[in-house]
Design a protein around this ligand. Structure first.
Ligand code: DSN
Length: 426
């Protein structure tokens, strides 16, 4: 139990007095979080301990360089925080080397390009419409503008990664780097097969584990670390840390990746965020967190199964992870409409392209739902059955107008649920 002030750093009262506009936003965002069901697969509710480190005076410090090798004086204390974060990351993921300075997952991914590729080199990665990520070679991202990105997809029948296609494309294009991972992949990835393909063509194997690294930390799914040359990740998804990024890698790549993070891609590291990452890695090493990671998957599987019973089809037939990708074509609703109708009913999720989607990305035929936040709130499989029914009602009978009778009725049930399982309980 904690006072609200805890969630905003050291002196919320002073902020309220000085800047009621921004203090009001902090309070109304907390109300928004508490008032609805947060089903965005890439979000979570980080702990008061993490938020306290984020709201600390470590934000003031310039510390370009690495512990013991800085370009500024006065780094003795932040050196301690970064060293603790590095050692905890290495222990948590059983990794030979960790770099905790990336400002985000996208920054960590940039470092992979910086360390291993020259402009014009070839990358092989999952294409964005099939479940990949912008930074994996999309034409609108630096990664697709500066590198020759070849995209692989999923099998039309199974909707799982087509490993034979990955192998054939690797042999044809001889990429410098092969990337495994993405932002809408509900199933486990066969890292051993990716390693074999990378070895066959002499490529670096990069796993972007942003989405599922928390499940790896909790030992709820297999780890990519033994197979990959480098694993990049965000720290704020299932892992439940601060909004940031990090990477772990084989010792042989440590110097190249460290140089790629700083000075190639970033300047001063955010020491308050690094301290918060250290807190998060300690939390994620606990038995309670391991149970949480397993519960996230059990909830996700129940949610997908219950939606399937209601006629909403999860791609691949289900999920092994924290997220499901739901194909709405069978119920004749677009992803865009479903997102708006769910929102009006107090259910926050996102429209998402499904593999081979006939719709444009800003309309989409699917939605993506994830269970990290609701599991943090203590909900279990019984609540997932109820949530499936609420989603179904909101998107098939409801409206984008919050005053619509069904939207209101669903919202009342959502309110009851989040009152019983509150976010940031007082
Ligand atoms: N935007 C994140 C997601 O929602 O999956 C990935 O960067």
């Amino acid at each position: 139990m904690a006072d609200d002030q805890t969630f905003y750093g050291s002196d919320f009262g002073a902020l309220q007095a000085f800047d009621p506009d921004i203090a009001g936003v902090l309070l109304s965002e907390l109300d928004r979080l508490r008032g609805g069901l947060q089903l965005i697969a890439s979000e979570n509710l980080s702990s008061p301990a993490v938020l306290t480190a984020l709201g600390s005076t470590l934000s003031n410090k310039y510390a370009e360089g690495y512990p013991g090798r800085r370009y500024y004086g006065g780094c003795s204390e932040v050196d301690k925080a970064e060293t603790i974060a590095i050692e905890r990351a290495k222990a948590l993921f059983d990794a030979e080397h960790a770099n905790v300075q990336a400002h985000s997952g996208a920054s960590a991914n940039q470092a992979v390009y910086g360390a291993f590729m020259q402009p014009g080199d070839t990358l092989l990665a999952m294409s964005l419409p099939m479940g990949g990520h912008l930074t994996h070679g999309s034409k609108v991202s630096f990664s697709g503008k500066w590198f020759d990105a070849v995209g692989y997809g999923v099998d039309k029948d199974t909707e799982n990664i087509d490993y034979d296609e990955v192998e054939a494309l690797a042999k044809e294009h001889r990429p410098k780097v092969i990337c495994a991972g993405g932002s809408a992949i509900p199933r486990l990835i066969d890292f051993e097969r990716f390693r074999a393909i990378a070895d066959e063509v002499g490529a670096i194997l990069w796993v972007d584990a942003a989405h599922f690294i928390g499940l790896v930390a909790g030992k709820a799914i297999p780890s990519p670390v033994p197979y990959a040359d480098v694993v990049t990740f965000t720290t704020h998804k299932v892992l439940r840390g601060p909004r940031s990024g990090a990477l772990v890698c084989k010792a042989e790549h440590a110097a190249a990746l460290d140089k790629a993070i700083f000075p190639m891609m970033q300047g001063g590291p955010q020491m308050h965020t690094i301290a918060a990452k250290a807190v998060n890695f300690k939390e994620a090493a606990s038995p309670e967190y391991a149970q949480y990671a397993k519960d996230v998957i059990a909830n996700s599987q129940q949610l997908a199964a219950s939606l399937l019973e209601l006629g909403v089809r999860p791609t691949t037939g289900g999920t092994d992870t924290h997220l499901s990708l739901l194909d709405l074509q069978g119920i004749g609703v677009t992803g865009k409409d479903a997102e708006a109708r769910a929102d009006a009913a107090g259910i926050v999720l996102n429209k998402n392209a499904i593999p081979f989607d006939p719709q444009k990305p800003n309309i989409a035929s699917g939605i993506r739902v994830g269970t990290p936040s609701v599991t943090t709130q203590g909900m279990g499989t019984e609540e997932m059955k109820q949530i499936a029914s609420l989603i179904h009602r909101a998107i098939t009978e409801g409206d984008a107008d919050p005053d619509h009778a069904v939207s209101k009725a669903v919202r009342a049930e959502v309110t009851d649920l989040v009152t019983r399982f509150p976010a940031y309980p007082r």
